[in-house]
Write a protein that binds this ligand. Structure first.
Ligand code: F6P
Length: 320
């Protein structure tokens, strides 16, 4: 394979730039031509495509966001959009495409794979919601961002003897809440995968108070049914303790990627190019243990994500 393209799609995540750099530099190393496609599938439809070289990806390794920019393309979801995208790939003679994004982006990639393009999916999302890989690019950075917020909030919560509900992202997946909650010593973690036991939550807050705890930190994933306001109201009503809400929002999606995310992105980007160089079928690149792995793209889309119940249990044990 001689000519490949790369795009980022869906919500951005820290480490996407490290992945772009790895793909471009590996392609150049193997004498392949590489095109950068701007604004995800939107830019593919509109032909916002330009050749990238070694210098195009200088000084981006440490930057959050994506220099290719990203979009959630509605037009691409139509047969007309897909037809136009295929035409563009043909015009630029792009035979292989690296797509960095989440499950929606992979589904979009599969449409191209069905039409003969070799598609490599790199899991770029803070949510860690793709079951075929242990970790996605950006998850570790997002967890560390949440952790730093928890530390700050803990200080002020102690001073004021408050309970604080911290709402984190993750869509339908509780992993950001689970990992940041365990690492941050949260008194209680609520994830969408598990029915929330609000009575147990209030009991735990009161037990902590009775043995002298000054604050309580509750980490709640955004996908949990109850809203943060409803939860705070419930806690106040059932414990009599002042309860504040912090919705962390998009701060979790930005920032310089951690070493772990940069290494993951670099290894996965290189693997994608190696596979394309060898004319592989469409694949999703992941990590299993410490090994970079690849599975059929359509399989990666279909595997249902299971969360690690043991982490929730551990967090509960350690926060007595
Ligand atoms: O998929 C990443 C994510 O940040 C989710 O955690 C969140 O639910 C969603 O994207 C927000 O999407 P948008 O950028 O469209 O508001």
């Amino acid at each position: 394979m001689k000519t490949i393209g790369i795009l980022t799609s869906g919500g951005d995540s820290p480490g996407m730039n490290a992945a772009i750099r790895a793909v471009v530099r590996s392609a150049v190393y193997y004498d392949m031509k590489v095109y950068g496609i701007k604004r995800g599938y939107e830019g593919l439809i509109d032909g916002e495509i330009e050749e990238l070289n070694v210098a195009s990806v200088s000084d981006i390794l440490h930057r959050g966001g994506t220099v290719l920019r990203t979009a959630r393309s509605k037009r691409y979801m139509t047969p007309e959009g897909i037809r136009k995208a295929c035409e563009m790939l043909e015009t630029f003679q792009i035979e292989g495409l690296v797509i960095i994004g989440g499950d929606g982006s992979f589904r979009g990639g599969f449409e191209l794979a069905k039409r003969g393009i070799s598609v490599m999916g790199l899991p770029g999302t803070i949510d860690n919601d793709l079951a075929y890989t242990d970790f996605t690019i950006g998850f570790d950075t997002a967890v560390n961002t949440v952790l730093s917020a928890i530390s700050n909030i803990r200080d002020t919560s102690s001073s004021h003897e408050r309970t604080t509900v911290i709402e984190v992202m993750g869509r339908h997946c509780g992993d950001i809440a689970l990992y940041s909650g365990l690492a941050g010593g949260a008194e209680f973690i609520l994830v969408p995968e598990e029915k929330s036991d609000l009575k147990a939550l209030c009991r735990k807050i009161l037990q902590g108070r009775n043995r002298g705890k000054l604050h309580s930190i509750i980490v709640k994933a955004e996908g949990v049914e109850i809203t943060s306001q409803e939860l705070a109201d419930y806690i106040e009503e059932h414990t009599g303790l002042e309860t504040k809400i912090v919705v962390l929002g998009y701060i979790q999606r930005g920032g310089s990627p951690t070493a772990r995310d940069r290494v993951l992105a670099s290894r996965m980007g290189y693997k994608a190019v190696e596979l394309l160089k060898n004319d592989s079928d469409s694949k999703a690149i992941g990590i299993s243990g410490d090994e970079i792995v690849a599975c059929a793209l359509e399989e990666a889309i279909d595997i249902p994500k299971c969360y690690d119940r043991n982490i929730l249990r551990l967090a509960d044990v350690l926060s007595i």
